[in-house]
Design a binder for this molecule. Structure first.
Ligand SMILES: Cc1cc2nc3c(=O)[nH]c(=O)nc-3n(C[C@H](O)[C@H](O)[C@H](O)COP(=O)(O)O)c2cc1C
Length: 323
């Protein structure tokens, strides 16, 4: 057992979280993570309406009686989703943990806190972590440049970002981006974090609700198999490198505007990747940590293995180095 401020705060057995994942963070995966003693987050915006989110939370409860949370990703949008209604669905369902991510979380943090929901804010810069802490976030998830999804524009990898954040953050903090195994968990703890958050690694588990062929891709591909899109628009996203991401990056180099690539990056096409198993159907998300994924275990096997390996490293190899 590894007990940290994170496990105490969220009442979970292991210091391992499964962050929000568009199209992937559904009841099956979140319940499996919860049953394995980790903290899983349903991705709110994967559900087309707040009413669907209610149902997804109910469906998760049918599969687990352990704690789980919901991710609320705050995107800058011309026509934003009905955030207040998604928030209400979370609060009224009695969910006690939320992972916020993205822009200006204050209004959301205030409302969740008022209703006794613990908020872990995920961000990619020390200054954003500090301001989320000031806004009252109960915990921070600090996401290094290695991560899948939005790494921000500063390009600071975890090896520097995590200890730099740990110097400033007093609430429990977990490290995110590039984690897949017990070596990573031991390293995160050494760098000052209270646990780890994983995205890509959880896609390659038996319970992840995506096509088997995509899981096999994650095992087959290496750490170079990602690409940064939307760099020219200062909205960088790390995605799985494929024919479509190559085209997007080539078009961006030629000066393309969002309108010119909209048809390539459409969310509906990305969703089809996970449904059809065709890795070139659209843009899909995965991190550099693909280079550390060797199998497709259950969430129970994965989390138990990570914790056992970290314990062995800390008690065994590291302890023996100290004379
Ligand atoms: C398929 C996929 C979809 C993701 N979608 C979201 C999302 O909607 N909101 C969010 O906050 N993070 C999202 N993320 C980021 C993860 O929550 C997590 O921060 C990230 O995957 C950590 O890096 P790792 O993949 O190296 O573990 C996504 C990640 C993946 C792999």
């Amino acid at each position: 057992m590894i007990k940290t401020r994170f496990t105490e705060l969220f009442g979970v057995e292991h210091p391992v979280a499964q962050g929000g994942m568009q199209w992937v963070g559904r009841a099956e995966l979140v319940a499996a993570v919860a049953n394995a003693g980790g903290l899983g987050f349903i991705t709110a915006l994967t559900q087309p309406t707040p009413e669907d989110l209610y149902k997804e939370i109910r469906r998760t409860r049918e599969m687990t009686d352990r704690p789980f949370g919901v991710n609320l990703t705050i995107l800058p949008a011309i026509k934003p989703p009905p955030y207040a209604e998604y928030r209400a669905a979370i609060i009224e369902s009695g969910v006690k943990a939320v992972e916020t991510a993205g822009y200006k979380p204050e209004e959301h943090i205030n409302d969740f806190k008022k209703h006794g929901v613990k908020v872990i804010h995920k961000c990619t810069a020390v200054r954003h972590a500090v301001s989320a802490q000031r806004m009252g976030a109960d915990a921070i998830s600090i996401d290094g440049f290695e991560c899948a999804g939005h790494p921000g524009e500063d390009d600071i990898p975890g090896l520097v970002l995590i200890p730099a954040a740990a110097e400033k953050i007093t609430v429990p903090m977990i490290a995110s981006g590039g984690f897949a195994d017990g070596r990573g968990l031991a390293a995160a703890l050494a760098l000052g974090a209270d646990g780890i958050n994983m995205g890509t690694r959880f896609m390659a588990t038996k319970e992840a609700p995506i096509h088997e062929k995509i899981k096999e891709q994650l095992v087959a591909r290496d750490e170079r198999a990602t690409q940064l899109i939307f760099r020219t628009m200062r909205n960088t996203a790390r995605v799985a490198k494929n024919a479509v991401s190559d085209e997007v990056v080539a078009k961006e180099k030629e000066g393309a505007k969002f309108e010119d690539i909209r048809h390539l990056v459409a969310g509906a096409r990305g969703k089809m990747v996970y449904e059809t198993g065709d890795p070139d159907y659209g843009i899909w998300t995965a991190g550099m940590v693909q280079g550390l994924i060797r199998d497709i275990p259950t969430c129970q096997e994965l989390i138990s293995r990570i914790v056992a390996e970290a314990e062995e490293i800390i008690r065994g190899r590291l302890a023996q180095l100290v004379q």
